[in-house]
Write a protein that binds this ligand. Structure first.
Ligand code: KG4
Ligand code: ZN
Length: 338
């Protein structure tokens, strides 16, 4: 049997410092250090994020190697996030990866963060994986895309947001309700006891497969401001209904466009990826749709939805098989496209 490939991966595109080790497609360790410093500012502060990455990166990598029960010398290649993301944050990960590769004399591999979110579907799996081509709704704090995937190295964005991302829509709505950052998971939590039809908000009219969330955010802001004038306790008294209605409005926008993409392409294998794919209502609504229409649905494990380095490692593994290596002149790219 041929030797298995051991990849160390680093993810530092935003506010999580992460390292993971995969042996072929199997996770040996997956470590994430969250940066709590940003909560008090209501969003990620780029300068603080890069400083925290600097502090976290060595302990996080050290923990990943120890948990994987391997030696540094066993690592065949190091993969890192080239972009998109915050430049200062990306620089910490890419500089670390370059030095590590040079010191250990192993290849290093540049990975696109958004493609990695999609390839997370292939981690730790046996036969329960999508076959090509499939469609993926990639929904995170920075992106909202519908992607057609023909192979691990051939992907095409067929729809994207024209303004805010779905995660931003969750987080900005949560901020209006007075929740700390990131508010998406809190909306998910409080929505469980609420009525999805209690409030209705403006629906975007965007053509093709593109999305828009900025109008929804304004509609939520005006509705709450008007209600607060009448009743200063409006938000506290209607928290669950507001969360359920906001969540429903965001999820309907996503599902409408995904349904349109399925109809247009004729592809009925669908996947979701990115932080917002952790949302329980989105997951449930997609399950209902898939059952009704006989689509094949793939939902990643919870720990591979939000930012993590295991997804960077699996993307790196496919590039390793193609010998698609970077060289020491490689630089991160904040606005990296596919
Ligand atoms: O993919 P991710 O971890 O980081 C980016 O690359 O942006 O996504 C983070 C986003 C945040 O906007 C967060 O609020 C959202 O994912 N998120 C959720 C949930 N869990 C994370 N949004 C709604 N419901 C959730 N359960
Ligand atoms: Zn992400």
């Amino acid at each position: 049997m041929s030797k298995k490939t051991i990849i160390l991966a680093i993810e530092s595109s935003c506010d999580d410092t992460a390292a993971a080790i995969l042996e072929d497609k199997k996770t040996l360790s997956n470590v994430v250090a969250n940066q709590e410093i940003h909560q008090q500012y209501g969003g990620v502060v780029p300068e603080l994020a890069s400083r925290a990455h600097q502090q976290n990166i060595i302990p996080v990598v050290d923990t990943a190697i120890k948990r994987a029960k391997i030696r540094k010398q066993d690592i065949d290649a190091i993969a890192f996030t080239k972009g998109p993301g915050l430049l200062g944050s990306l620089l910490v990960g890419s500089s670390f990866a370059k030095s590590f590769a040079m010191g250990m004399d192993i290849p290093f591999i540049a990975v696109n963060h958004m493609q990695a979110h999609i390839l997370a579907h292939f981690i730790d799996k046996g036969k329960q994986i999508p076959s090509f081509p499939f469609l993926c709704l990639t929904v995170s704090g920075g992106h909202t895309q519908i992607v057609k995937i023909d192979s691990p190295s051939k992907m095409q964005v067929i729809g994207t947001t024209l303004d805010d991302a779905a995660g931003e829509a969750f987080d900005k709505s949560a901020k209006i309700l007075g929740f700390p950052y990131p508010g998406g998971p809190l909306i998910d939590k409080y929505a469980k006891g609420g009525n999805i039809h209690a409030f209705t908000f403006g629906k975007p009219k965007i053509k093709d497969l593109d999305f828009s969330f900025s109008g929804l955010k304004t509609s939520i802001l005006y509705t709450t401001q008007a209600e607060i004038k009448e009743n200063p306790n409006f938000i506290a008294e209607n928290k669950e209904d507001l969360c359920a209605s906001i969540q429903h409005a965001i999820v309907i926008i996503l599902i409408d466009k995904l349904t349109k993409a399925i109809k247009q392409t004729g592809i009925t294998q669908i996947a979701i990826a990115g932080g917002v794919s952790a949302n329980s209502y989105l997951r449930n609504q997609l399950k209902v749709l898939a059952r009704k229409e006989n689509y094949k649905l793939f939902i990643p494990k919870f720990e591979y939805c939000t930012d993590n380095a295991a997804m960077i490692a699996i993307a790196g593994y496919y590039k390793y098989l193609d010998k698609d290596f970077a060289n020491q002149t490689e630089t991160p790219s904040a606005r990296l496209l596919f």
